[in-house]
Design a protein around this ligand. Structure first.
Ligand code: HEC
Ligand code: HEC
Length: 158
């Protein structure tokens, strides 16, 4: 019961924050739940509003998965994503993948093709294989598990 109360309180808090200023670590309970169930909830700041729009408009064909939401939830999440999106062409990719945007490629230019397919990484989309668990380390350089450009740390025990 106590946990439920805390959860409801958190929901209320994030609702109160919705529409507030763009922050480096945007939170939204619905987004976290719906978009964090199959993979980490990719941060809105990392892609453009146009791309989020297209992605949310084609959730039935979502990178080989079906991630369809009801219209109400879709709109709430889209609003959250576009409100906190990255701006500028470096946040665009035709594939609607963050990992194909120019900013992403620039930040990861030191990583070799071999490292991307390392058994502990498997996919470029598997951010947490190299970045701090829980998504908290994603933006801070000092949290990054960078060792000679190799992904040694793996918090994703799958
Ligand atoms: C049913 C499972 C599922 C759900 C739910 C889901 N996704 Fe995905 N998503 C995938 C799969 C599978 C991929 C492809 C991963 C890969 O290539 O390794 C993917 C990839 C992505 C990518 C591209 C990652 C990259 O490489 O840059 C984005 C962005 C994304 N999803 C956003 C979302 C958003 C936003 C939501 C919530 C509306 C969502 N996803 C919900 C399964 C899902
Ligand atoms: C193979 C390991 C690996 C994977 C997978 C990976 N990254 Fe990175 N990432 C790095 C390394 C290493 C750096 C630092 C690059 C440098 O300084 O040369 C970095 C840098 C970054 C930066 C810029 C540094 C900062 O703190 O601002 C961001 C943001 C980032 N990654 C996000 C992501 C996201 C989002 C994903 C998943 C879509 C991802 N990364 C997948 C290894 C990885």
């Amino acid at each position: 019961m106590k946990l439920l109360a805390i959860f409801i309180m958190m929901l209320g808090m994030s609702a109160a924050h919705a529409g507030s200023d763009k922050s480096a670590k945007s939170e939204n309970a619905l987004w976290k739940e719906e978009c964090g169930s199959c993979h980490l909830a990719y941060p809105p700041e990392m892609m453009s509003a146009e791309n989020w729009q297209k992605l949310m408009g084609s959730l039935d064909k979502h990178f080989g998965a079906n991630a369809v939401l009801n219209a109400k939830d879709n709109k709430l999440i889209l609003d959250f994503l576009t409100h906190n999106s990255g701006s500028g062409s470096v946040y665009n990719s035709a594939s609607l993948r963050i990992s194909d945007t120019p900013w992403f490629k620039r930040e990861h230019r030191s990583i070799s093709a071999k490292e991307w397919v390392h058994p502990q990484v498997k996919s470029v989309s598997n951010c947490l294989a190299c970045h701090g668990s829980g998504g908290h380390g994603l933006w801070s350089e000092h949290d990054m598990h960078k060792q000679d450009g190799e992904a040694h740390e793996n918090h994703n025990h799958s």
